[in-house]
Design a protein around this ligand. Structure first.
Ligand code: COA
Length: 275
């Protein structure tokens, strides 16, 4: 038992990194130890060639009960501004790292997801929920606004009325409601959650990894750009992707369709590892 490292569990299997919040006895709330460890784990996995997709889930009944009210807030505040800013850097730091992670990421939401947990939820590119999972912006229930980026997350992901309701009421929604609101992509019974996430991950595993990285970044970037800026950005990014893709996937994708007639891009991916 190592207190500094066990708070995050991970294994790599068949191209998928399965990363878990691992403080089940504290409903996987995020304390500074967990935040520091998560950054190390992301660091280790990000450029590992065996990792093509990352899945983030939680051990036990929670995905994450948000920030640790005792260790993240009360105890760091007791250290003054230095302590507060340090713990903010550590949590926001790994959320940011996950938002721009080199590989596509999936939040596999198995249970409670509160407050600060919306940071990593948003950081993941896709989110698949258990019907039984429960989501809430509990901040208002203990007298604060949803900070640490959380208000921005709900405003970016949800229509204003839904964002406002969650923010002001502190009421819970379940996985099905989260899917209807588009907080997550879809919701399935908990018993089927891992199976469904494997299917989604398998879809991603078949794609060109360089194209995936540039495409996911583009979806996050273009939202705040004008049309002309976005058009220009996307042209430049495709050119940058061509440079980074040593397999020349774009040409190979065209070749397998036009010359080889071995697949149809409208119906599935070209064979990425064939060349
Ligand atoms: N911060 C600190 N401790 C937390 C926590 C959090 N966010 N969430 C859970 N815990 C701790 C509890 O204090 C308890 O500790 P203890 O065993 O030492 O008493 C332990 O985790 C288990 O929690 P408990 O409340 O008994 O579990 P539960 O399954 O009955 O309820 C929740 C689960 C998630 C509904 C409840 O723990 C909760 O409301 N947590 C706070 C959620 C929150 O407001 N998060 C937003 C922070 S930004």
């Amino acid at each position: 038992m190592n207190k500094a490292t066990d708070v995050v569990d991970f294994k790599v299997e068949n191209g998928i990194a399965w990363v878990k919040f691992n403080r089940p006895e504290k409903r996987n709330c995020m304390n500074p130890t967990l935040n520091r460890r998560m950054m190390e784990v992301l660091d280790e996995l990000e450029y590992d060639d065996d990792v093509r997709v990352l899945v983030l889930s939680g051990e036990g009944t929670a995905w994450s009960a948000g920030m640790d009210l005792k260790e993240y807030f009360r105890e760091t505040e007791a250290k003054g501004l230095r302590g507060v800013r340090q713990s903010q850097r550590e949590s926001y730091g790994w959320f940011r790292r996950l938002r721009w992670f080199q590989k596509p990421t999936i939040a596999m939401v198995n249970g409670w997801c509160f407050g600060g947990g919306f940071g990593p939820l948003f950081a993941c590119d896709l989110a698949i929920s258990a019907d039984e999972a429960k989501y809430g912006l509990s901040e208002i229930n203990w007298g604060i606004l949803p900070g640490g980026g959380v208000t921005k997350v709900v405003v970016d992901l949800l229509p204003m009325r839904d964002a406002m309701w969650l923010t002001l009421s502190g009421e819970l929604i379940d996985g099905k409601q989260a899917a209807e609101m588009r907080l997550v992509n879809e919701s399935v019974p908990l018993a089927k959650l891992e199976e469904r996430v494997r299917e989604v991950a398998d879809t991603l595993l078949q794609k060109n990894p360089v194209a995936l990285k540039f495409a996911k970044d583009a979806v996050r970037r273009v939202g705040t750009m004008t049309y002309d800026e976005a058009e220009d950005y996307l042209v430049r990014m495709q050119e940058a992707a061509n440079f980074h893709d040593k397999t020349e996937g774009r040409k190979e994708g065209i070749r397998q369709f036009i010359d080889e007639k071995s697949y149809k891009p409208g119906l599935g991916s070209y064979k990425v590892d064939k060349k």
